[in-house]
Design a protein around this ligand. Sequence first.
Ligand code: NAD
Ligand code: TYD
Length: 353
Amino acid sequence: MFVNKNILITGGAGFIGSHIVRHFLEKYPRYRIINLDVLSYAGNLENLRDIERNPNYTFVKADIRERKLLSGIFQRYRPQAVLHLAAETHVDRSINSPGDFVQTNIAGTLNLLQEALSIWQKDFTGKLFYHISTDEVFGALGSEGFFTEQTSYSPQSPYSASKAASDHMVRAFGNTHKLPFIISNCSNNYGPNQFPEKLIPLLIHNINQHKSLPVYGDGNYTRDWLYVGDHAQAIDLIFHHGKTGESYNVGGHNEWSNIDLARLLCKKMDRKLKKEEGSSEKLICFVKDRLGHDRRYAIDASKMNKSFGWKPSVSFEEGLDLTIDWYLENVDWLKNIVSGAYQDYYRKYYGYL
Ligand code: NAD
Ligand code: TYD
């Protein structure tokens, strides 16, 4: 569908985006990938060192909040498809700085929609605006049930509210201007290259440093974890075979309470680091809860399975091993990231590190 075409990927220097950029370059050698990223604290070109010389790859440092700048980039590259991942993504940061989330996630998405509309000029043949979103737009579940594509939106944090608004804006452009779009809403991802403010890399890093392991509240909050490579495969299928105007829920069918997950990581790392069994678990400490903390997320991904035969291919055991090994082998990546700015952020908002 997109042979010899330009694909604009936003947020390609971040965690999921860098896996998508690599996946598309490796699997589709006839695509030209333009990675547009502002390189915020979460964006890191180190994530893409191995592919940066690929002749089909171009990096453009730009901010999706700047409409004029975007206009020039759309004019220059004239992308046939936009795969939109750029966002502010950390719930805790959204509590402290909601304005950044409104600006990037809502206004930034609107800018991209307007530029896509303007460049495509109603000739939508072979065009696609694919918006990557989160299951958090559906709100929080009790102990039972799953989010389906029909679940009503009920975002509970400034992050999820900003993602919900961006989903609505994408749908509104589809309805109003017939802009061809697809949305996917995925559960929590984990894997290499994730910024260590999110739970799994934070715990791995702290266990390795023999630092305390902060578990919010009672630790019985539950997330549905999916390996990032499986998300990349799902995005590939949706991008190439998804129906425009539809949305797809992507999840791991792999629910873990935070405390059980912390204990599992401790056990695995004791073995890998040849520490005495049970020694890392002693680092776990229950800390002040997140404000408005969503109790449980869980995705029903049966539409993905029925539509494309997709299901997660990496077991949690295997995925965690791959992830831990990657962090242990990429100490320099972590060292560069866990810089002064990261430490200041922790001291300011959490009072511990
Ligand atoms: P991330 O925080 O690791 O990366 C975000 C990227 O966006 C960074 O490279 C950053 O530099 C870039 N960016 C931020 N603001 C920008 C701006 N104003 N202009 C241009 N670039 C900007 O995020 P991630 O975890 O890789 O998530 C990517 C997308 O997937 C997001 O839209 C997120 O909502 C969605 N998502 C993430 C998860 C998850 O578990 N991580 C799950 C479901 C959906
Ligand atoms: P996080 O990785 O921030 O993802 P999200 O909030 O988007 O699901 O957090 C995952 C879960 O882990 C969430 O319930 C909050 C909890 N958590 C902790 O208990 N301690 C921590 O230090 C962090 C970062 C998260």
